[in-house]
Design a protein. Structure first.
Length: 347
């Protein structure tokens, strides 16, 4: 008995003198994280859309065409369209109450629409001001109030993700755009369209969303007889899906650069942009490689042999090759400009 007691005291002293790792993470047998739990299959999830654009372009009408939507909006939002909508939330708690109803209630809604992000931001500012004892978000020093609002957006998007996972609902967040100067570290500052909310909050929503789409009219310009540039308004409206110097956009669905502003066209483009077959990807790579020199083509051929029919690796190779072709084209244009300038100087 004494021996057992001594052994027990020794073990106890040994355990008590062991220090926890500096990072606070204990090494133990893995529970959820194991080699057997690793997955490589593509898991399809309902998508998260951030759609913003100029006033009156038709963002609300676009979202109304989504599969069986339910709107969370101001009274001026979707009431004229006759779509399902919650009463206008007056507080931030009302927003989460609506999300809770969708999470737990018996319904068949398939799309949750927020109309709009800049309207919702005002409810967040009210919460932040009340917590900080301020009358306005601008009363906080050094932008502290604005930064605190980002945490509320994170909570909101987290609950939206629960809707996706548990109820299979896609999420659509609408927003207005504003024109603001963008300070490009590698170029001169210029103006561009941006989401009309606090910049860090906008950054969070862009990062969270699967697709950031910019809605605008098709506007062109023409030169008058006096040499002035005039805009020419068009009635055609587009969703832009890829970032340019003029606006933010992105997508993870291989969408074309722009598509007509309608939900059926958006859905069709998403379906058409589904991951291509390995044979299709290889054919695109081989066609694009023809635009490069012989040495580059041999390099591409070797890469194709190594990756085989792995669709993910072929897609990455296609993206890399497209960049190589763009660089080669830019260098060719520069050489042509330099040659022209030299010829003009000689003459």
């Amino acid at each position: 008995m004494q021996g057992n007691g001594v052994a027990t005291r020794v073990v106890a002293r040994t355990q008590s003198t062991q220090r926890a790792p500096a990072n606070g993470v204990q090494h133990r047998a893995p529970a959820r994280m194991s080699l057997a739990s690793i997955r490589t299959d593509a898991a399809a999830q309902p998508k998260r859309f951030l759609i913003y654009g100029v006033e009156g372009v038709g963002k609300t009408s676009l979202a109304a065409g989504a599969p069986n939507p339910i709107f969370l909006c101001s009274e001026e939002g979707a009431e004229e369209l006759g779509v399902a909508r919650f009463p206008e939330p007056k507080t931030w708690q009302d927003v989460f109450d609506a999300l809770h109803v969708l999470l737990t209630g018996d319904h068949d809604y398939r799309t949750f629409v927020v109309d709009t992000a800049d309207w919702l931001e005002q409810l967040i500012f009210t919460v932040v001001c009340k917590a900080g004892g301020k009358k306005s978000i601008t009363e906080f020093g050094y932008g502290d109030g604005y930064r605190a609002s980002v945490d509320h957006w994170r909570l909101f998007t987290s609950r939206c993700d629960e809707l996706r996972r548990q109820r299979g609902m896609q999420i659509v967040v609408l927003g207005h755009s504003m024109v603001k100067e963008f300070k490009d570290p590698s170029n001169d500052a210029y103006e561009r369209y941006q989401l009309k909310i606090y910049k860090d909050s906008a950054g969070w929503l862009r990062e969270w969303a699967d697709a950031v789409l910019f809605a605008n009219y098709d506007v062109s310009t023409k030169e008058t007889k006096r040499g002035r540039i005039r805009p020419v308004d068009g009635n055609v409206r587009f969703l832009h899906t890829q970032r340019t110097a003029a606006f933010d956009a992105k997508n993870r669905s291989n969408l074309p650069a722009r598509i007509p502003l309608s939900w059926p066209d958006l859905s069709a483009a998403i379906a058409a942009g589904a991951p291509a077959s390995p044979a299709t990807l290889r054919r695109r790579i081989e066609q694009l490689a023809q635009k490069l020199d012989e040495a580059a083509q041999e390099q591409i051929a070797g890469s194709l042999e190594r990756v085989g029919n792995d669709a993910a690796k072929l897609a990455h190779l296609l993206d890399w090759l497209a960049a190589r072709v763009e660089i080669a084209a830019s260098e060719a244009d520069k050489d042509a400009d330099d040659e022209t300038a030299t010829t003009n100087t000689e003459h």
